[in-house]
Design a protein around this ligand. Structure first.
Ligand code: HEM
Length: 370
Protein backbone atom coordinates (compact mmCIF):
# COMPACT_ATOMS: atom_id res chain seq x y z
CA UNK A 1 0.00 0.00 0.00
CA UNK A 2 1.34 3.50 -0.82
CA UNK A 3 0.49 6.46 1.32
CA UNK A 4 0.41 9.90 -0.19
CA UNK A 5 0.68 13.21 1.55
CA UNK A 6 -0.63 16.18 -0.38
CA UNK A 7 1.31 19.38 -0.38
CA UNK A 8 -0.26 22.46 -1.93
CA UNK A 9 2.15 24.98 -3.25
CA UNK A 10 1.43 28.61 -3.90
CA UNK A 11 4.25 29.96 -5.99
CA UNK A 12 4.92 33.48 -7.17
CA UNK A 13 6.15 33.06 -10.70
CA UNK A 14 6.95 36.33 -12.50
CA UNK A 15 4.32 38.13 -10.45
CA UNK A 16 1.64 35.49 -11.16
CA UNK A 17 0.32 33.25 -8.42
CA UNK A 18 0.42 29.54 -9.31
CA UNK A 19 -1.22 26.80 -7.27
CA UNK A 20 -0.02 23.21 -7.49
CA UNK A 21 -0.76 20.12 -5.48
CA UNK A 22 1.74 17.32 -5.16
CA UNK A 23 1.55 13.95 -3.60
CA UNK A 24 4.63 13.11 -1.57
CA UNK A 25 6.96 11.34 -1.87
CA UNK A 26 7.11 12.61 -5.46
CA UNK A 27 10.23 13.85 -7.16
CA UNK A 28 8.30 16.45 -9.18
CA UNK A 29 7.70 18.38 -5.98
CA UNK A 30 11.39 18.70 -5.40
CA UNK A 31 11.97 19.67 -9.03
CA UNK A 32 9.60 22.60 -8.71
CA UNK A 33 11.99 24.85 -6.89
CA UNK A 34 13.09 26.99 -9.75
CA UNK A 35 12.07 30.32 -8.25
CA UNK A 36 13.24 31.75 -4.96
CA UNK A 37 10.50 31.09 -2.39
CA UNK A 38 6.98 29.73 -2.23
CA UNK A 39 4.59 28.78 0.49
CA UNK A 40 3.22 25.33 1.25
CA UNK A 41 0.35 23.94 3.21
CA UNK A 42 0.22 20.28 4.09
CA UNK A 43 -3.26 18.92 3.73
CA UNK A 44 -4.96 15.75 4.72
CA UNK A 45 -5.37 13.10 2.09
CA UNK A 46 -8.06 10.54 2.74
CA UNK A 47 -6.13 7.93 4.63
CA UNK A 48 -7.53 4.70 5.77
CA UNK A 49 -6.52 3.63 9.20
CA UNK A 50 -7.98 0.19 9.50
CA UNK A 51 -8.49 -2.24 12.29
CA UNK A 52 -9.15 -5.94 11.91
CA UNK A 53 -12.30 -7.36 13.42
CA UNK A 54 -12.31 -8.86 16.86
CA UNK A 55 -10.28 -11.90 17.79
CA UNK A 56 -11.09 -15.39 16.79
CA UNK A 57 -12.25 -17.93 19.37
CA UNK A 58 -8.84 -19.63 19.48
CA UNK A 59 -7.25 -16.40 20.79
CA UNK A 60 -9.41 -16.43 23.88
CA UNK A 61 -7.95 -17.37 27.24
CA UNK A 62 -9.37 -19.75 29.78
CA UNK A 63 -10.86 -17.78 32.67
CA UNK A 64 -8.43 -16.94 35.47
CA UNK A 65 -9.72 -17.06 39.06
CA UNK A 66 -10.05 -13.47 40.26
CA UNK A 67 -11.87 -11.75 43.12
CA UNK A 68 -14.18 -9.06 41.76
CA UNK A 69 -14.14 -6.95 44.92
CA UNK A 70 -11.39 -4.47 44.13
CA UNK A 71 -12.75 -2.00 41.61
CA UNK A 72 -10.75 0.88 40.14
CA UNK A 73 -11.88 4.35 41.32
CA UNK A 74 -14.68 5.77 39.20
CA UNK A 75 -14.50 9.45 38.21
CA UNK A 76 -17.24 11.66 39.64
CA UNK A 77 -19.69 13.54 37.48
CA UNK A 78 -21.37 10.74 35.51
CA UNK A 79 -24.83 11.67 34.25
CA UNK A 80 -27.66 9.15 33.93
CA UNK A 81 -27.64 7.28 30.59
CA UNK A 82 -24.68 9.09 29.02
CA UNK A 83 -22.25 8.72 31.92
CA UNK A 84 -19.14 10.85 31.37
CA UNK A 85 -19.71 11.43 27.66
CA UNK A 86 -20.72 15.05 28.29
CA UNK A 87 -17.28 15.68 29.80
CA UNK A 88 -15.55 14.34 26.71
CA UNK A 89 -17.67 16.18 24.19
CA UNK A 90 -17.31 19.67 25.67
CA UNK A 91 -14.86 22.34 24.60
CA UNK A 92 -11.80 20.67 26.19
CA UNK A 93 -9.86 17.99 24.34
CA UNK A 94 -10.71 14.47 25.58
CA UNK A 95 -7.07 13.47 26.19
CA UNK A 96 -6.54 16.62 28.24
CA UNK A 97 -9.81 16.19 30.16
CA UNK A 98 -8.91 12.57 30.93
CA UNK A 99 -5.37 13.69 31.78
CA UNK A 100 -6.72 16.12 34.38
CA UNK A 101 -8.96 13.35 35.77
CA UNK A 102 -5.88 11.12 36.11
CA UNK A 103 -4.26 13.79 38.31
CA UNK A 104 -7.30 13.48 40.57
CA UNK A 105 -8.09 9.75 40.46
CA UNK A 106 -4.77 8.14 39.64
CA UNK A 107 -3.33 6.35 36.66
CA UNK A 108 -6.04 3.65 36.55
CA UNK A 109 -9.62 4.90 36.95
CA UNK A 110 -12.91 4.23 35.22
CA UNK A 111 -15.36 6.39 33.37
CA UNK A 112 -18.84 5.52 32.17
CA UNK A 113 -19.33 5.73 28.39
CA UNK A 114 -23.08 5.27 28.05
CA UNK A 115 -23.73 1.78 29.35
CA UNK A 116 -20.09 0.72 29.12
CA UNK A 117 -17.36 1.21 31.65
CA UNK A 118 -13.91 2.12 30.44
CA UNK A 119 -10.64 1.85 32.31
CA UNK A 120 -8.50 4.88 31.52
CA UNK A 121 -4.80 4.06 31.62
CA UNK A 122 -2.55 7.04 32.26
CA UNK A 123 0.86 5.74 33.30
CA UNK A 124 3.43 3.50 31.70
CA UNK A 125 3.28 1.06 34.60
CA UNK A 126 -0.44 0.45 34.18
CA UNK A 127 -0.03 0.31 30.39
CA UNK A 128 2.69 -2.29 30.77
CA UNK A 129 0.55 -4.45 33.00
CA UNK A 130 -2.39 -4.17 30.60
CA UNK A 131 -0.44 -5.03 27.50
CA UNK A 132 2.00 -7.66 28.74
CA UNK A 133 0.33 -9.88 31.36
CA UNK A 134 -3.18 -9.03 30.17
CA UNK A 135 -2.46 -8.47 26.49
CA UNK A 136 -4.38 -11.49 25.22
CA UNK A 137 -7.38 -10.77 27.43
CA UNK A 138 -7.42 -7.14 26.19
CA UNK A 139 -6.68 -7.82 22.56
CA UNK A 140 -10.22 -7.28 21.30
CA UNK A 141 -11.76 -4.08 19.95
CA UNK A 142 -15.26 -3.07 21.07
CA UNK A 143 -17.79 -4.41 18.57
CA UNK A 144 -19.75 -1.15 18.57
CA UNK A 145 -16.69 0.54 17.09
CA UNK A 146 -16.62 -2.04 14.35
CA UNK A 147 -20.37 -1.76 13.79
CA UNK A 148 -20.38 2.04 13.74
CA UNK A 149 -17.54 2.05 11.30
CA UNK A 150 -18.93 -0.70 9.13
CA UNK A 151 -21.05 1.84 7.29
CA UNK A 152 -17.80 3.11 5.82
CA UNK A 153 -16.29 1.26 2.87
CA UNK A 154 -14.29 -1.78 3.94
CA UNK A 155 -10.88 -2.63 2.49
CA UNK A 156 -9.98 -6.20 1.91
CA UNK A 157 -6.29 -6.77 2.31
CA UNK A 158 -4.50 -10.13 2.33
CA UNK A 159 -7.68 -11.87 3.28
CA UNK A 160 -8.31 -9.79 6.41
CA UNK A 161 -11.32 -7.53 6.46
CA UNK A 162 -10.38 -4.13 7.81
CA UNK A 163 -12.74 -1.45 8.94
CA UNK A 164 -11.91 2.19 9.37
CA UNK A 165 -10.56 3.06 12.79
CA UNK A 166 -9.50 6.63 12.59
CA UNK A 167 -11.88 7.66 9.78
CA UNK A 168 -10.40 9.63 6.94
CA UNK A 169 -7.68 11.07 9.11
CA UNK A 170 -4.09 10.77 8.20
CA UNK A 171 -1.75 10.04 11.05
CA UNK A 172 1.24 10.40 8.74
CA UNK A 173 0.11 13.85 7.61
CA UNK A 174 -0.50 14.81 11.24
CA UNK A 175 3.03 13.78 12.21
CA UNK A 176 4.51 15.80 9.35
CA UNK A 177 2.48 18.88 10.24
CA UNK A 178 3.53 18.85 13.89
CA UNK A 179 7.18 18.25 12.99
CA UNK A 180 7.21 21.14 10.51
CA UNK A 181 5.60 23.41 13.10
CA UNK A 182 8.15 22.42 15.72
CA UNK A 183 10.95 23.09 13.23
CA UNK A 184 9.61 26.57 12.59
CA UNK A 185 9.38 27.32 16.31
CA UNK A 186 12.82 25.82 17.04
CA UNK A 187 15.24 27.08 14.38
CA UNK A 188 18.26 25.65 16.26
CA UNK A 189 16.80 22.14 15.86
CA UNK A 190 16.20 22.77 12.19
CA UNK A 191 19.77 23.99 11.71
CA UNK A 192 21.22 20.98 13.51
CA UNK A 193 19.14 18.59 11.38
CA UNK A 194 20.42 20.30 8.24
CA UNK A 195 24.01 20.01 9.46
CA UNK A 196 23.45 16.29 9.96
CA UNK A 197 22.09 16.03 6.41
CA UNK A 198 25.09 17.87 5.02
CA UNK A 199 27.46 15.57 6.93
CA UNK A 200 25.66 12.33 5.99
CA UNK A 201 24.35 13.11 2.50
CA UNK A 202 26.29 16.16 1.30
CA UNK A 203 25.16 18.76 -1.20
CA UNK A 204 25.78 16.95 -4.46
CA UNK A 205 23.18 14.19 -4.25
CA UNK A 206 19.59 13.62 -3.17
CA UNK A 207 18.57 12.00 0.09
CA UNK A 208 17.93 8.34 -0.46
CA UNK A 209 16.09 5.78 1.68
CA UNK A 210 19.45 4.20 2.50
CA UNK A 211 20.56 7.48 4.18
CA UNK A 212 17.79 7.38 6.79
CA UNK A 213 19.58 4.98 9.15
CA UNK A 214 22.43 7.52 9.47
CA UNK A 215 20.13 10.44 10.27
CA UNK A 216 19.92 9.80 14.00
CA UNK A 217 19.14 13.39 14.93
CA UNK A 218 16.24 13.48 12.46
CA UNK A 219 14.95 10.24 13.95
CA UNK A 220 15.21 11.80 17.42
CA UNK A 221 13.22 14.82 16.20
CA UNK A 222 10.41 12.58 14.95
CA UNK A 223 10.36 10.61 18.21
CA UNK A 224 10.19 13.82 20.22
CA UNK A 225 7.39 15.14 18.00
CA UNK A 226 5.21 12.07 18.45
CA UNK A 227 6.04 12.00 22.15
CA UNK A 228 4.59 15.49 22.61
CA UNK A 229 1.91 15.23 19.91
CA UNK A 230 0.95 11.56 19.50
CA UNK A 231 -1.19 11.41 16.33
CA UNK A 232 -3.64 9.13 18.19
CA UNK A 233 -3.54 10.69 21.70
CA UNK A 234 -6.13 8.25 23.02
CA UNK A 235 -5.27 4.82 21.74
CA UNK A 236 -8.04 2.93 19.98
CA UNK A 237 -10.13 1.23 22.70
CA UNK A 238 -9.64 -2.41 23.58
CA UNK A 239 -12.23 -4.63 25.23
CA UNK A 240 -11.64 -7.27 27.88
CA UNK A 241 -12.71 -10.69 26.64
CA UNK A 242 -11.70 -12.30 29.95
CA UNK A 243 -11.70 -11.14 33.55
CA UNK A 244 -8.31 -9.79 34.51
CA UNK A 245 -6.39 -7.89 37.16
CA UNK A 246 -4.59 -4.63 36.39
CA UNK A 247 -2.49 -3.06 39.17
CA UNK A 248 -4.61 -4.95 41.70
CA UNK A 249 -7.94 -3.82 40.24
CA UNK A 250 -10.50 -6.21 38.83
CA UNK A 251 -11.15 -5.64 35.11
CA UNK A 252 -14.29 -7.58 34.16
CA UNK A 253 -15.22 -8.99 30.77
CA UNK A 254 -16.63 -6.26 28.53
CA UNK A 255 -14.77 -3.36 30.14
CA UNK A 256 -13.16 -1.01 27.64
CA UNK A 257 -9.56 -0.03 28.09
CA UNK A 258 -8.36 3.32 26.77
CA UNK A 259 -4.74 4.35 27.10
CA UNK A 260 -4.08 8.07 27.31
CA UNK A 261 -0.86 8.07 25.29
CA UNK A 262 -0.65 11.85 25.45
CA UNK A 263 -0.64 11.76 29.27
CA UNK A 264 1.79 8.82 29.50
CA UNK A 265 4.25 10.49 27.15
CA UNK A 266 4.29 13.73 29.17
CA UNK A 267 4.72 12.05 32.56
CA UNK A 268 7.05 14.24 34.67
CA UNK A 269 8.17 11.22 36.72
CA UNK A 270 9.68 9.75 33.53
CA UNK A 271 10.63 12.68 31.34
CA UNK A 272 12.85 15.60 32.33
CA UNK A 273 11.18 18.87 31.28
CA UNK A 274 8.29 16.81 29.86
CA UNK A 275 6.62 19.68 28.03
CA UNK A 276 9.81 20.89 26.34
CA UNK A 277 10.68 19.94 22.76
CA UNK A 278 14.17 18.46 23.22
CA UNK A 279 15.06 15.92 20.49
CA UNK A 280 18.56 15.66 22.01
CA UNK A 281 17.10 13.66 24.90
CA UNK A 282 16.88 10.64 22.54
CA UNK A 283 20.61 10.87 21.86
CA UNK A 284 21.56 11.17 25.53
CA UNK A 285 19.43 10.40 28.62
CA UNK A 286 16.73 8.48 26.75
CA UNK A 287 18.95 7.03 24.06
CA UNK A 288 17.71 3.45 24.35
CA UNK A 289 14.01 4.33 24.13
CA UNK A 290 12.28 3.66 20.83
CA UNK A 291 8.69 3.84 19.58
CA UNK A 292 8.29 0.15 18.70
CA UNK A 293 6.09 -0.73 21.66
CA UNK A 294 8.84 -2.11 23.89
CA UNK A 295 9.21 0.99 26.05
CA UNK A 296 5.92 1.79 27.70
CA UNK A 297 6.96 5.40 28.35
CA UNK A 298 6.75 6.04 24.60
CA UNK A 299 4.01 4.13 22.80
CA UNK A 300 2.59 6.37 20.04
CA UNK A 301 1.90 3.24 17.95
CA UNK A 302 0.33 1.30 20.80
CA UNK A 303 1.58 -1.94 22.30
CA UNK A 304 1.16 -5.66 22.34
CA UNK A 305 -0.56 -7.79 19.76
CA UNK A 306 -2.96 -5.04 18.61
CA UNK A 307 -0.25 -2.42 18.21
CA UNK A 308 -0.01 -0.53 14.93
CA UNK A 309 1.07 -2.77 12.03
CA UNK A 310 1.80 0.33 9.94
CA UNK A 311 4.65 1.55 12.14
CA UNK A 312 7.54 0.71 9.81
CA UNK A 313 5.78 2.21 6.80
CA UNK A 314 4.73 5.32 8.71
CA UNK A 315 8.23 5.97 10.05
CA UNK A 316 9.81 5.36 6.66
CA UNK A 317 7.47 7.80 4.90
CA UNK A 318 7.78 10.52 7.54
CA UNK A 319 11.55 10.24 7.77
CA UNK A 320 12.10 10.32 4.02
CA UNK A 321 9.78 13.25 3.35
CA UNK A 322 11.27 15.33 6.15
CA UNK A 323 14.83 14.47 5.15
CA UNK A 324 14.13 15.53 1.55
CA UNK A 325 12.42 18.76 2.61
CA UNK A 326 15.15 19.76 5.03
CA UNK A 327 17.91 18.84 2.64
CA UNK A 328 16.51 20.81 -0.26
CA UNK A 329 14.95 23.83 1.37
CA UNK A 330 15.18 26.48 4.04
CA UNK A 331 11.95 26.72 6.03
CA UNK A 332 10.88 30.26 6.84
CA UNK A 333 7.90 31.51 8.84
CA UNK A 334 6.14 33.97 6.51
CA UNK A 335 4.75 36.08 9.33
CA UNK A 336 7.75 35.75 11.60
CA UNK A 337 5.36 34.94 14.48
CA UNK A 338 5.60 31.59 16.33
CA UNK A 339 3.44 28.82 14.88
CA UNK A 340 0.25 28.27 16.88
CA UNK A 341 0.49 24.81 18.46
CA UNK A 342 -3.16 24.44 19.51
CA UNK A 343 -4.48 20.89 19.18
CA UNK A 344 -7.98 20.16 17.94
CA UNK A 345 -10.76 17.77 18.90
CA UNK A 346 -10.75 14.53 16.94
CA UNK A 347 -9.54 10.98 16.84
CA UNK A 348 -6.25 12.16 15.42
CA UNK A 349 -4.38 15.03 16.96
CA UNK A 350 -4.77 17.58 14.19
CA UNK A 351 -3.42 21.10 14.56
CA UNK A 352 -6.16 23.74 14.69
CA UNK A 353 -4.44 26.02 12.20
CA UNK A 354 -2.67 25.23 8.93
CA UNK A 355 1.10 25.54 8.95
CA UNK A 356 2.24 28.33 6.71
CA UNK A 357 5.81 28.02 5.66
CA UNK A 358 8.00 29.55 2.99
CA UNK A 359 10.36 27.14 1.31
CA UNK A 360 13.53 28.62 -0.12
CA UNK A 361 15.64 26.31 -2.30
CA UNK A 362 19.13 25.72 -0.94
CA UNK A 363 20.76 24.44 -4.14
CA UNK A 364 21.04 25.63 -7.75
CA UNK A 365 17.93 24.88 -9.86
CA UNK A 366 19.58 22.10 -11.91
CA UNK A 367 19.95 19.96 -8.78
CA UNK A 368 16.18 19.83 -8.38
CA UNK A 369 15.85 18.69 -11.99
CA UNK A 370 17.87 15.54 -11.40
C1 HEM B 1 2.45 8.09 12.46
C2 HEM B 1 1.62 7.21 11.98
C3 HEM B 1 0.76 6.26 12.81
C4 HEM B 1 0.48 6.24 14.16
C5 HEM B 1 0.99 7.20 15.23
C6 HEM B 1 -0.39 5.11 14.41
C7 HEM B 1 -0.88 4.77 15.67
C8 HEM B 1 -1.70 3.68 15.92
C9 HEM B 1 -2.22 3.32 17.21
C10 HEM B 1 -1.97 4.08 18.53
C11 HEM B 1 -2.98 2.21 17.07
C12 HEM B 1 -3.75 1.46 18.18
C13 HEM B 1 -2.80 0.41 18.77
C14 HEM B 1 -3.29 -0.29 20.01
O1 HEM B 1 -4.49 -0.44 20.25
O2 HEM B 1 -2.43 -0.72 20.79
C15 HEM B 1 -2.93 1.83 15.67
C16 HEM B 1 -3.58 0.74 15.12
C17 HEM B 1 -3.53 0.42 13.79
N1 HEM B 1 -2.82 1.07 12.79
FE1 HEM B 1 -1.69 2.73 12.99
N2 HEM B 1 -0.62 4.45 13.22
C18 HEM B 1 0.07 5.11 12.22
C19 HEM B 1 0.14 4.78 10.88
C20 HEM B 1 -0.43 3.64 10.34
C21 HEM B 1 -0.27 3.21 8.96
C22 HEM B 1 0.61 3.91 7.93
C23 HEM B 1 -1.02 2.06 8.82
C24 HEM B 1 -1.26 1.16 7.64
C25 HEM B 1 -0.67 1.27 6.50
C26 HEM B 1 -1.64 1.78 10.10
C27 HEM B 1 -2.47 0.71 10.35
C28 HEM B 1 -3.02 0.41 11.59
C29 HEM B 1 -3.93 -0.72 11.84
C30 HEM B 1 -4.42 -1.74 10.80
C31 HEM B 1 -4.25 -0.71 13.21
C32 HEM B 1 -5.17 -1.66 13.96
C33 HEM B 1 -4.38 -2.81 14.51
C34 HEM B 1 -5.26 -3.80 15.28
O3 HEM B 1 -6.36 -3.46 15.69
O4 HEM B 1 -4.80 -4.95 15.46
N3 HEM B 1 -1.26 2.75 11.00
N4 HEM B 1 -2.15 2.75 14.98
Amino acid sequence: MRIFVSISITQLNKGKVQDNTFKLPDSSFFKLARSSTFSIAIESTPFIHPTPNTLSQRDRLSKPKIKASNKPPQANGAWPIIGHLHKLSGTGLPHMTLGAMADQYGSAFTIQLGTKQALVVSSWKVAKECFTTNDRALASRPTHTTMALSRLPPIVSTGVKYTLLLGASDTTMVTLTWTLSLFLNNPHVFKKAQEELMAQVGNDQHVDESDIKNLVYLQAIIKETIRLYPPAPLSAPREAIEDGVVVGYHVPVGMRVIANLWKIQRDPSIWDDPLEFQPERFLTTYKGIDVWGQHYELIPFGYGRRSCPGIALALQVVQLILAQLLHGFELIRPSGAPVDMTESVGLTNVKVTLVEVLLAPRFPPQLYEA
